[in-house]
Ligand binder design. Sequence first.
Ligand code: ATP
Length: 422
Amino acid sequence: MWIGIDDTDSPAGMCTTYLGAVLVQRLARAGLPVVGARLVRLNPNVIHKTRGNAAIAIEAVGDSETGFALATACVEELAEFDDEKTNPGVVVSSVRPPPDFYYAALRDYCTVDEAVLVLEAAGALYRGYKNRRGLIGATAAIASDFCDRTYELLAYRKRPAWGTPRQVDAASLFHAEEETYPHTWDTVDRENGVVVGVPHTPDPVLFGIRGESPAWVKEARSFVRSEEPACEQVYATNQGTDAHLIPGAAGTLLEGRSYLVRGTVATAAATGPGGHVSFLLADCGAELRCMAYEPTKGFRSVVRALVPGDVVAAAGSYKGGSLNLERLGVARLADAVRVRPPVCPACKKRMTSAGTGKGYKCRICGERSREPETERIERLLRPGWYEVPPTARRHLARPLVRGVPAWEEAMLRPDRGCTGNI
Ligand code: ATP
């Protein structure tokens, strides 16, 4: 059977992945062997999410009624019902619903009624609490189709420690990453010298280790020194896979979806209030504002190094009329030139403008020139992919250490698309 759960936490506590870890133990104790556990990230732009829009799915062997009873009991005991935004959903099905609903919840928006239609068609047992919104994520989780997957080991705190400062030795996390990178990633952000895998919220998570296999996340975990965890769970996950991205074109993007868009840089980057950096991308006559927010730190210097005419592919979520950058691919660099008044051959001083359309004039000897001096500026940027640092990475965004999927790489090909100056 497939058991799906979502929407059990609030900013004040709990975490659906913890509830899943507890349920895995209870299923096993009740004689229902657990075959797999999934942490399924859904559309990162939904406004109802508490943190990372995660749902969980557990595959277990045994009677669905017993599984449903154990899952609902777990939710009723642990979910943060007092928070008005916590609306849990529990589903149990002996067949996996078709993956369409998962893709819709991952890349688009769904309704509770649509989830119920899917559940009815699958003959599933289900219970939605309060406004029943959690049924969306719970249904998407059991319908999830992982063409690509990564793993996360999550360690959880003992109950008395919840809400108190976490005791996790930062140096041991850096050591864990050194010993296991590139097979694990994002435990720490070495460039910015910060720990990434330890949350600051009052939920039960102690730390998380992300990597390519259960063996590698366990290996990294063996280096971590911390307060004694209550339990640990390894989840298969769609994190770090770019599963949320769809190919898009400027002028056609829909609010709250995530895209990879190709185009030509139309304006040099400008730094706005708060250190956010933006530029305009043009394609087929349409323009798209691309934003690199302050938390993306050093990634902003890549954006600032772009010049008009560069051909790029930009990945991110389209929100409030801007593409919020997660990654940037540079397909082709334009020639960057600096245009200045020429130097007077007689006086060796730089001329000044003689007026609009009138060329340049030496203020000392009166010499005139029509042509400016153009100087080619060396480009420090190189073609290829650039990403935000681990500290700013979204759960679904694929780290470059995992390579770039063929369809994304194809967006950088010179013969691709209708980009104006190709
Ligand atoms: P939790 O740890 O409790 O899962 P979270 O950050 O994952 O926290 P939720 O509290 O689950 O966020 O809130 C997300 C809500 O949005 C859930 O009710 C889920 O069913 C719903 N949801 C998820 N994806 C979509 C979608 N694509 N369209 C509409 N609703 C969605």
